[in-house]
Ligand binder design. Structure first.
Ligand SMILES: Cc1ncc(COP(=O)(O)O)c(C=O)c1O
Length: 391
């Protein structure tokens, strides 16, 4: 099929839940995506943060293909090695206890919500089940996660939403304390670096206050690291930079390096809350996705994470020299850019013409490059960014 035929069939046969950019992607290697016309793009979006190791990463490809040739799927009714290997790595590296596997970030957060609800309904000294999430947050597209999401999307058309969710102001410790008193929640649900809401790194003092409230009032801290986790911020998990230990961490995107996988890591209070019959997922703990994810975690050692920080500093210092850039937010290679004279969507459109893939986040321009982006690719991206952001 040629480019126009692919677009016409997409229009005819695919439910229109995405406005696509005018690119028909064909193949990719490293951080360079090539479209069907042969035009190349430096990818600073990495499949919405999912392609943590870029494209065609050799170690990941060989682990995935080897596992595909051995056993592609079997179900959670049976034991398999890749799942337990991955769970052990996640538990040990997070300092938490046990993992439950899903296929996506939304599904991971559903599991977190169900765990918190069961905990509050059955395991605290009195029954409680409200969940406090944040304004401008994004937690997924399922009914519970749409309700938890604080971004003002078109929620009315999906009413009735789920009961038991309250939205708190971002970085307002006093209000969080008041809401905790008023609603007696079973959990706080937060992205420590808000992604869709504009790439905003929450204030450290605020997050620590939230953690203190959790300890005081037996509230679970659910940390949504679907976008910020797995090395994106320069540490394996963003919470390491906030000096807190969450009760549940949800993860997805980057751990799959391009395959659908997500899940939650549970701490001592939550690791035995769910029991057989409470929850499940046909493809959860899929051996192929888990074999690839093990390579991701092995790649993200201390030296690699240090390189993520260095790349972040380099890109950020160059961005700050560009005329239209008025401020930067986010952590590591999760970069939110405030612009003068254009919004994120305008910048993304211009960057496409210059051969760079990026995405907006609110009014900001957002960069989520593969963590493996090399010097040459950074140089190429910065040349295009300068052309667009120096006017
Ligand atoms: C912080 C956060 N949570 C949850 C999700 C939902 O993940 P998924 O699209 O894999 O369901 C996203 C997706 O962008 C996200 O950024």
């Amino acid at each position: 099929m040629n480019r126009d035929q692919i677009k016409a069939k997409d229009n005819e046969y695919i439910v229109h839940t995405y406005n696509r950019y005018d690119i028909v992607a064909d193949r990719a290697e490293g951080c360079i995506v090539t479209d069907v016309n042969g035009k190349e793009y430096v990818d600073l979006c990495s499949g919405y943060g999912a392609n943590s190791l870029g494209y065609a990463n050799e170690a990941w490809l060989s682990a995935v293909t080897e596992q595909l040739n051995k056993l592609q799927h079997i179900s959670n009714l049976y034991y398999t090695e890749p799942g337990v290997m991955l769970a052990e790595k996640l538990a040990k590296r997070s300092g938490l206890c046990k993992v439950w596997f899903a296929n996506s970030g939304g599904e991971a957060n559903e599991a977190a919500i169900k765990t918190a609800r069961k905990y509050g309904n059955t395991l605290t000294d009195h029954k409680k089940n409200t969940i406090i999430s944040l304004k401008k947050s994004f937690h997924g597209r399922t009914m519970a996660t749409v309700t938890a999401t604080g971004l003002a999307e078109a929620k009315e058309v999906f009413e009735p939403l789920m009961p038991g969710f309250v939205h708190a102001e971002v970085d307002n410790s006093e209000q969080l304390r008041e809401l905790a008193e008023k609603y007696d929640p079973c959990a706080f649900l937060m992205e420590l670096v808000q992604g869709e809401g504009g790439v905003h790194a929450l204030d450290k003092g605020y997050v620590q206050t939230a953690a203190e409230l959790c300890a005081e009032k037996d509230i679970l801290f659910i940390d949504d690291e679907v976008q910020a986790g797995i090395g994106r911020t320069g540490t394996l998990f963003a919470y390491e930079q906030y000096g807190i230990e969450p009760d549940i961490v949800s993860f997805a995107k980057g751990i799959g390096a391009g395959l659908p996988i997500g899940g939650i890591i549970c701490g001592p209070k939550t690791c035995d809350v769910l029991v057989p019959g409470d929850h499940g997922s046909t493809f959860g703990m899929n051996p192929v996705a888990c074999a690839g994810a093990c390579v991701v975690l092995d790649t993200l050692d201390d030296k690699f994470l240090e390189s993520v920080k260095e790349k972040s500093e380099k890109i950020r210092s160059e961005l700050l020299k560009m005329e239209s850039v008025t401020g930067l937010d986010g952590l590591g290679l999760m970069i939110g850019i405030d612009l003068d004279g254009m919004n994120g969507a305008d910048a993304v459109a211009k960057l496409l013409e210059e051969g760079v893939l990026a995405i907006p986040a609110g009014d900001r321009l957002r960069l989520l490059p593969p963590l493996t982006i090399n010097d040459e690719e950074i140089k190429r991206a910065l040349t295009s960014l300068k052309k667009v952001l120096n006017n």
